[in-house]
Ligand binder design. Structure first.
Ligand code: GLY
Length: 583
């Protein structure tokens, strides 16, 4: 019965799945013609290892590493170097990422924070005009002002040091070779370039690459990137040149000399960059521990709150077509976003009630607010337990637009990786250096620093990491991973990931159905329903409950792997170009 309902939900998305198959055919025909492509609406199944990645060439790079006996960490490194080339609008060396890892030998879960940092010369007024008013979003984004110290290269090196087995240069080689031989521009990349052409034209190196002869690069063009190949050659013995050498100099010069909107990033910022190992944040949900990245990400905390607050309601009985289930998810999400806006930021800078926010008793009390028959008319932050009761913050205000990439990997030894990676906005700051784009991650800070004199937790401060919504997740049961998932999508990442976990745990959907099911997302009151899907059928009922409803594209990029007693099952989001490969 549950399978039937899931198939019904999924049916309206089948045309999108077909698009994903066409995209894979176009960009990587040698992969698309093999049995490895998943496009039938069923999950890929395998016995030994599996990768689910946002681009076929990056999935193949990761799969080849696992075939050769590399670890999940090795595969993540190969996937990231390739993604920076073939999906440059979403992630790359100029950005940052979060890495969640399960180590099968020791049974431990760990997280690494490779988030970008604010320059030491940044002030809380970075994104304000002379009157102290917030800048317009894209006035802040395009140029050097928004660029934080990139964390991805240092993160990849840290992954290799802790979890790598194959030679580092071997993991770089596929991306370097492809940069020289060229790759076919995918439909998604071509459409993104066309939609952003005016901004891409504002920096000469960016324009030369994405707008050859002044026009957006056409789909299926064979695109080579010699500067990226040269950068990778420089990194073959380690990432030092990125943080102290000639690449660092090129980054700083580009950021500081963008005359229309210069930034303050310096060589000292790059030299001081550190990857941070952090405690995973876990929330209990129906006998599972839903674990992921803690502050500076709000991802695991907010996903955990949404789930913890609805645990007291019987979702399996309600099913995914019941408007009551969406009333509960929608308002649980609104409560969680209220806490997020008040309390969540880089906890190295602002004291945070991290444990209190996912304490089961707190979530149960907050969940009791959901017992009514109608949408909540008022939603306010709660009062989680913490030891800084005297401190108070004002509510946050920050605009986070969708971009980013996520991959999930399980290797033959049972190690698992969930990694979400970004340069923030599509094409980041639009500044291209040494074959890759620089991030605009600093615009994930609140542009306002105070509200009525009270500081905002996520305000800009020197050396601080902007709050993220990225939610790379590993769901554990009895100390072992059972579901690996994450997504791009700005602050909607949180809703996409929470919904996918509910789809899988409560409604029995396999990973492919769980990632493909139509989205319904509520962060601040308005219910976003995924246009042209069966989600729209709930519109009237949600309006009757008191919600404003907005039909729109909800372009998640979920990649999920379930680890079951019978083997691995993977799903790739049909809304994007990713695939699953497993053996
Ligand atoms: N820039 C996307 C995120 O960190 O949430």
């Amino acid at each position: 019965m549950l399978r039937f309902v899931a198939a019904f939900l999924f049916s309206s998305l089948l045309p999108v799945t077909t698009f994903a198959q066409q995209a894979a055919d176009a960009v990587a025909p040698e992969i698309a013609s093999s049995q490895e492509i998943k496009s039938s609406g069923k999950p890929v199944q395998s016995q030994s290892w599996m990768v689910a990645v946002a681009h076929p060439l990056a999935a193949k790079a990761a799969a080849d590493v696992l075939r050769e006996g590399g670890t999940a960490g090795d595969a993540a490194i190969a996937a990231q170097f390739m993604l920076g080339l073939v999906e440059p609008q979403s992630s790359g060396l100029g950005g940052g990422a979060f890495f969640v890892h399960f180590d099968a030998a020791s049974g431990t879960l760990s997280t690494l924070d490779g988030r970008e940092t604010a320059p030491l010369a940044a002030t809380p007024q970075l994104f304000q005009d002379e009157q102290g008013e917030p800048l317009k979003f894209f006035d802040a984004v395009v140029g050097g002002r928004s660029v934080g110290t990139p964390g991805t290269p240092a993160l990849l090196a840290a992954i290799h040091q802790r979890h790598g087995k194959l030679d580092w240069a071997r993991l770089i080689a596929p991306a370097k070779r492809t940069a020289r031989q060229g790759f076919r521009v995918s439909p998604r990349m071509a459409a993104s370039v066309e939609a952003d052409a005016e901004r891409l034209a504002r920096h000469p190196a960016t324009a030369t690459y994405f707008l050859p002869d002044g026009e957006p690069i056409p789909v299926h063009t064979l695109l080579k990137n010699e500067p990226y190949a040269q950068t990778l050659t420089m990194l073959e013995n380690g990432v030092e040149p990125f943080y102290r050498g000639s690449i660092a100099e090129e980054i700083v010069t580009t950021v500081q000399s963008f005359a229309a909107n210069p930034g303050v990033l310096s060589m000292a910022d790059l030299a001081a960059y550190e990857v941070k190992q952090r405690e995973p944040v876990c929330a209990a949900y129906r006998g599972h521990d839903v674990c992921g990245m803690g502050p500076p990400s709000s991802g695991a905390l907010t996903v955990g709150q949404i789930l913890g607050q609805i645990e007291q309601f019987n979702f399996a009985e309600m099913g995914p077509l019941n408007v009551k289930a969406w009333l509960l998810i929608g308002d649980s999400s609104r409560l969680a976003f209220a806490d997020r806006g008040r309390y969540m930021a880089d906890s190295d800078y602002v004291p945070m009630p991290t444990k209190g926010l996912v304490d089961p008793a707190y979530l149960s009390n907050r969940g009791a607010l959901l017992a009514g028959e109608m949408a909540l008319t008022e939603v306010a932050p709660g009062q989680p337990e913490w030891d800084h009761a005297a401190l108070d913050y004002a509510d946050d205000e920050s605009l986070e637009l969708p971009s980013t990439s996520h991959f999930s990997i399980v290797d033959a030894a049972g190690n698992a990786v969930s990694m979400t990676t970004t340069i923030e906005n599509g094409f980041g700051s639009r500044l291209m250096v040494a074959g890759f784009l620089l991030n605009n991650e600093l615009t994930d800070f609140s542009f306002r620093s105070h509200r009525d004199g009270t500081p905002i937790a996520n305000r800009v401060e020197p050396g601080k990491r902007p709050r993220s919504s990225m939610a790379p997740t590993i769901v554990m049961k009895d100390g072992k991973p059972v579901f690996v998932v994450g997504s791009p999508g700005g602050s909607r990442i949180i809703g996409y990931v929470a919904q996918t976990i509910i789809n899988h745990i409560d409604w029995g959907m396999d990973p492919q159905l769980a990632v493909a099911a139509p989205h319904l997302v509520n962060r601040f009151g308005t219910f976003d329903l995924e246009e042209s899907t069966s989600a729209i059928r709930l519109q009237e009922a949600l309006e009757e409950l008191g919600y404003e409803v907005n039909a729109r594209p909800l372009t998640s990029g979920l990649h999920a792997i379930a680890i079951t007693p019978d083997g691995l099952e993977g799903g790739a989001d049909p809304r994007r170009e990713g695939i699953v490969i497993g053996e």
